[in-house]
Design a protein around this ligand. Structure first.
Ligand code: ZN
Length: 265
């Protein structure tokens, strides 16, 4: 019996030593584990068997962040504004290349389209619209409006063109530019009365004139002719416009121009 009691005491002693020496560590580890599981935003410092916790300042997701007394934004630097316009489209060769450049450069523009081409190239018309550009009316067949009666201008050229655009996009343009810029005074008054806005241009790049429309000449006209609220005349019908376009955008940006569409003038 004495021997058994001695063995029992020895075992009890070993157990006490084990519990006092080993268990606190295990308990601390378990505690740490639970802390991590229950409070993921607690940073837990372990110093031997002592555990201290610090509440972390976790970043809230952006959408949940409520700014506290946000400082007002400084007024934006006043920018000069300029409207790039492209006439006589859409087509399947030049228009898509112009659109590619405008998309890459994130530049909005205005396309004065011809109704006959809108009917022929519906997908390209939709693309112009869906890429955020303004579509305006440049007649259906590109006649000289000075040779037409006011009623003919409206019924044969402007209305069929805007109707064709509306059929494809849901948008009915009421901004027009007469072919060759040609419009009698009485037609100006008549169209205004009918609610039309007439937009010509203030900076001609002459990209329509094959005798003097190298891309260098086009860029030079932009450099010398740019001005605030300029309406730049270009066309969807020549490769030199496309060659010049990236440089035109770059130059105008460096001159602090913001690109707008003509309805923003
Ligand atoms: Zn034209």
């Amino acid at each position: 019996m004495e021997r058994k009691r001695g063995t029992g005491l020895l075992l009890a002693l070993i157990l006490i030593i084990y519990l006092s020496a080993v268990n606190p560590t295990q308990a601390a580890q378990l505690y740490l584990y639970e802390l991590f599981q229950s409070y993921p935003n607690l940073h837990v410092w372990k110093e031997g068997t002592i555990v201290r916790t610090v509440k972390l300042e976790l970043k809230e997701p952006e959408e949940q962040k409520q700014p506290i007394d946000p400082a007002p934004d400084p007024p934006p630097t006043p920018k000069r504004r300029i409207a790039l316009t492209f006439d006589d489209g859409p087509d399947l060769i030049n228009t898509p290349r112009i659109l590619d450049i405008l998309r890459d450069e994130q530049v909005p523009a205005t396309f004065f389209v011809l109704g006959a081409k809108v009917e022929r190239y519906p997908d390209m018309t939709r693309r112009i619209f869906h890429e955020g550009h303004l579509i305006a009316n440049h007649s259906r067949t590109h006649p000289d409006f000075a040779q037409l009666s006011n009623e003919e201008i409206l019924a044969l050229e402007l209305e069929p063109t805007s109707e064709a655009v509306e059929k494809l996009t849901g948008y009915y343009p009421m901004i027009m530019r007469p072919p060759y810029g040609s419009l009698r005074q009485d037609s100006v008054a008549f169209l205004r009365e009918q609610g039309w806005q007439i937009v010509r241009w203030s900076l001609d790049t002459f990209d329509w004139d094959s005798t003097r429309n190298s891309s260098e000449e086009i860029v030079e006209r932009i450099k010398t002719g740019h001005h605030n609220n300029a309406v730049v005349l270009m066309h969807c019908n020549g490769p030199t416009t496309i060659q010049a376009l990236p440089e035109i955008i770059s130059i105008l940006r460096s001159l602090d121009y913001q690109f707008i569409t003509v309805n923003q003038l």
